[in-house]
Design a protein around this ligand. Structure first.
Ligand SMILES: Nc1ncnc2c1ncn2[C@@H]1O[C@H](COP(=O)(O)OP(=O)(O)OP(=O)(O)O)[C@@H](O)[C@H]1O
Ligand SMILES: [Mg+2]
Length: 365
């Protein structure tokens, strides 16, 4: 298995698009790294450079310590699984699985053994004689995975492998790939634009935007301590609430003020965060589950007065959409909450306040 390193890797496509900027990443042997970001942020380009399908403009790519920039794809010994898994339609599942091995002149017995092993691992042993068109989307995706697994590559590269599947099948395959990761003990780099996939599957999540890696870390670290407003807003569903306003001083204590909102910054937050001086523009960030919904007023500075707008009942929990002055806010509660327009107070949990610099977007704490 393999350790994969990107050392200040950049990619400029002809025509001047910089798809990846100075990317640094060290994927440990057997690690599962999920690369996530909005469309066009450079995820596929990054993965394709690792695979050798795209040349890096600058920087080094190393696999197990060896620089591979000039090594052709087939000699890098990595397996890539794509969204459009392109199985050979005229071949059976067994033939699709064994095709790569036959090209590599692996012995007949060894091929049989690996195909049977892989099919059992993926639960497709009874489909070996079928052709792709007689398979469901999920089954086809399993065959595509199997084709990568039989090769026993040093690392697996996935580019949005589940995006052709329906929601239920995606959830199922997501768990299967995680399980597979544990069984195979393999290095996996997994590209997705779905932050839930990234959070649930990755040992580490790498968040990209506009060709730049904004943050890399374990899922909960990214969730609890985002480095900037982009990461904070991208990871989490529904997203973090942001309110643009400024720091104020009232009787020597810091407050956060925005149109229609005045919150006393709780002492633990003021101690933890290096707050800028009074008057400085900041964005206050609070996740939906960190907003407590109180019927009736909250007391001066303790909460935000808001009008309930829409209540979404999800079963396990409830999303309450409310309007505080010009600000739209979402609160999430595990309690069952009635719909109907009314005034409530939304009270932020003191342990989970976030502030962001309005200019740079940098997380202040
Ligand atoms: N062959 C190419 N020539 C020129 N520009 C390209 C090429 N391939 C990608 N790009 C550009 O590089 C940027 C990054 O593209 P990339 O495919 O890596 O994004 P992505 O994060 O995988 O997006 P998506 O989620 O939509 O798949 C985009 O602006 C894209 O238009
Ligand atoms: Mg892509």
């Amino acid at each position: 298995m393999a350790n994969v390193v990107l050392d200040r890797v950049s990619k400029e496509y002809p025509g001047g698009v910089t798809a990846v900027r100075e990317a640094c990443l060290d994927v440990a042997d057997r690690e599962f790294v999920a690369l996530v970001g909005p469309s066009g942020c450079g995820k596929s380009t990054t993965l394709r450079m690792i695979a050798g399908l795209e040349e890096a403009t600058r920087g080094d790519i190393r696999i197990d310590g060896r620089r591979v920039n000039d090594v052709p794809p087939r000699d890098r010994d990595l397996a890539m699984v794509f969204q459009n898994y392109a199985l050979y339609p005229h071949m059976t599942v067994a033939e699709n699985l064994s095709f790569g091995l036959r090209l590599r002149r692996v012995s007949r017995d060894e091929i049989d053994r690996r195909v049977r092993e892989t099919a059992a691992l993926l639960g497709i042993a009874d489909l070996l004689g079928r052709r792709p068109r007689a398979l469901s989307g999920g089954q086809r995706q399993r065959v595509a995975l199997g084709r990568a697994i039989v090769r026993r590559p040093r690392a697996f590269l996935f580019d949005e492998p589940l995006s052709n599947l329906d929601a239920r099948m995606r959830v199922q395959m997501r768990v299967e790939i995680s399980r597979l990761h544990r069984r195979l003990d393999a290095t996996m780099i997994y590209v997705t634009h779905d932050q839930i996939e990234a959070m649930t599957m990755g040992d580490r999540v790498v968040v990209m935007k506009d060709g730049v890696i904004h943050q890399a870390g374990p899922p909960l670290e990214i969730y609890d301590r985002p480095t900037d407003r982009f990461v904070a807003g991208f990871i989490g569903s529904p997203p973090m609430n942001f309110i643009d306003g400024r720091i104020a001083a009232r009787e020597g204590a810091p407050w956060f003020e925005a149109e229609g909102i005045a919150l006393r910054v709780p002492a633990p937050v003021a101690d933890r965060v290096a707050l800028p001086a009074a008057g400085a523009a900041v964005a206050f960030g609070i996740r939906p589950e960190a907003l407590e919904i109180r019927e009736g007023p909250a007391g001066a500075g303790a909460g935000m007065e808001a009008m309930v707008d829409v209540v979404e009942t999800l079963g396990a929990d409830t999303l309450v959409h409310a309007q505080a002055g010009p600000h739209r806010l979402v609160a999430r509660s595990s309690a069952r909450i009635a719909g109907g327009a009314r005034r409530v107070a939304l009270v932020p949990d003191a342990a989970r306040w976030h502030f962001f610099d309005s200019e740079t977007g940098r997380h202040l704490g």
